[in-house]
Design a protein around this ligand. Structure first.
Ligand SMILES: NC(=O)c1ccc[n+]([C@@H]2O[C@H](COP(=O)([O-])OP(=O)(O)OC[C@H]3O[C@@H](n4cnc5c(N)ncnc54)[C@H](O)[C@@H]3O)[C@@H](O)[C@H]2O)c1
Length: 260
């Protein structure tokens, strides 16, 4: 390998992480893993209600940038990238770990999902990643790595996952097209597919505790995953050691997805 690998391996890398709601968030596992490996972080919070939960975490991780970001608020995403451009002039890592569907549309089954609910879920959970990729790419001047979080319900029917199944399928497909379009800039794009984790977003799914119990039972490795498992998998993919890997869906689920 010709690329020199710094020590610690992400030393000096600049990472934007979207989706920390609290210390259980998958995005927080990513932020902690990147920080441990030497990256500088920009963290966002959804709104003033979320800020008090996220701020202490951003402080503990010594994040020099801490900014509001609601994908539904016009101009906020552009403001985040303007701040990054001013402060760092570059970006190496982008983590999109956010999803949303209106509760009735999520819980009522796909047949009963309204057109508005479907569009909202797609906008916040999928198209927002494409918008972020477009703004991030010009800042990834020496290449970079982009991540979004998906779930096995994109590929196989998982009871109660409902509208999020087609939305995550679109997200995984978007990763393939983004990887294709950004490959010539040495930007790599990954969909990460964690096994179930008890987070706030997961609490919106019916019978989630049963899903957790089944996941541990089905996984060849016999255990549930935690947010640091996901964080370190992403951290590895962001290093030069993974420089020829792009476009795929990477499962961090103890192997549960291989089971019939
Ligand atoms: N928890 C699981 O079992 C699991 C499994 C596989 C994939 N995922 C995915 O992981 C990602 C992170 O979810 P999590 O489980 O860590 O839950 P979480 O509730 O901690 O994180 C979800 C995040 O989405 C953000 N978000 C929602 N609407 C937003 C908007 N309009 N603008 C900006 N941000 C918005 C929230 O602020 C929150 O930080 C999601 O994409 C989820 O689908 C979760």
């Amino acid at each position: 390998m010709q690329t020199p690998v710094p020590q610690p391996v992400l030393k000096g890398s600049k990472a934007l992480i979207v989706g920390v709601a609290n210390e259980h968030s998958i995005a927080y596992g990513c932020a902690k893993a990147f920080h441990e490996l030497g990256a500088d972080l920009a963290l966002t919070y959804l709104n003033d209600k979320a800020k008090p939960y996220v701020e202490p975490l951003a402080r503990a991780l010594e994040a020099p940038l801490f900014l509001p970001l609601d994908f539904a608020q016009p101009g906020q995403l552009e403001a985040v990238f303007a701040s990054i451009s001013r402060q760092w002039g570059q970006l190496d890592i982008l983590v999109h770990s956010a999803a949303f569907a209106p509760k009735d549309d999520l819980q009522g089954g796909l047949l009963n999902c309204s057109a508005e609910g479907f569009a909202k879920a797609m906008d916040i959970s999928c198209h927002s990643f494409i918008r972020m990729a477009k703004l991030a790419a010009p800042l990834m001047k020496e290449g970079g790595t982009m991540f979004t979080m998906t779930y096995h319900g994109a590929d196989k029917v998982i009871p109660n996952y409902n509208v999020m199944g087609p939305v995550k399928a679109a997200l995984e497909c978007a990763c393939r097209y983004l990887a294709f379009e950004l490959g010539n800039k040495k930007i790599r794009v990954h969909a990460i597919s964690p096994g179930p984790l008890k987070t706030r977003a997961a609490s919106g799914l019916k019978d989630f505790d049963r899903l957790l119990a089944e996941a541990a039972e089905r996984a060849p490795l016999g255990e549930l995953v935690d947010i640091m498992d996901v964080g370190f998998a992403c951290a590895y993919l962001a290093t030069p050691y993974a420089r020829r890997i792009t476009g795929g869906t990477v499962y961090v689920d103890g192997g549960a997805n291989i089971r019939a």
